[in-house]
Design a protein around this ligand. Sequence first.
Ligand code: VAH
Length: 318
Amino acid sequence: RILIIGACGQIGTELTLKLREIHGNEEVIASDIREGAAELMKSGPFEILNATDEPHIREIVEKYQIKEVYLMAAMLSATAEKAPMKAWDLNMDSLFHILNLGKEGKIEKIFWPSSIAVFGPTTPKDKTPQTIIMEPTTVYGISKQTGERWCAYYNRKYGVDVRSIRYPGIISYKTLPGGGTTDYAIEIFHEALKNSAYTSFLASDAALPMMYMDDAIKATVDIMEAPAEKIKVRSSYNLGAISFTPQILADEIRKHIKDFKISYEPDFRQAIAESWPSSIDDSVARQDWGWKHEYGLEKMTTTMLKGVEESLKENANK
Ligand code: VAH
């Protein structure tokens, strides 16, 4: 069976639903520190689990005979800046608990998400390569960079089959944003549909690498289903899809909502965004395990407007 830790988060929610579709509801155990979206809770087994609680993780792995773990629990970039030590403990302790279960042979395969946040201000910003200088300036980025090094170490030294992707900003509508710097690209759709206006916390020209959720989920399933010998990078794979600025996204939304207005009030998250790449070279993932994205800016925008409109209607009817 499969265990998802952090199943109620932005990626965890849709990853759980997809894995249940593929493997069957009872084969995928969802867990998180609190309950999540109704669609997730009613679709299969759920356990309340703190990702840093090693004995409880071990108990659940044994209870359900877990063979694969997707560790999706983490504190994201903006929130982590407000609680550095809490973020470090959550992001790192949870990873060590799972890597050690792999080392003991209790679980056979691990997915652990990294992020383009591992890159820093000294990293070349355009088409950032797979292997390049990375001096992250955020707690979140430091924890992801360190986590990558530990994944590569456990793979090389103990043969642990851990696989990882450096996610860009992920855009989706099934869950609300979770404390990320890229979350303006989610909020903007809700505000555009509700008020035809949005005040962006990033500047108009803050270009960032982004990806629609379905592409991120497809990449996660693809890398975990690939034969082990194809996964040559055991730190974490660069993954890119689209790259845009708040202004470019606003112009795309205006093709659908004519009177949509955007204003800009950059806050502390602008400095985080400026430290990250604007686009990613993911040619290594494409050649190693056949990655390719399907959602460009236009398709992402129409899909988000449709999805957010539906969820606003559902909430209105509740
Ligand atoms: C964040 N959404 O903003 C996450 C992600 C690349 C950004 O890591 O922190």
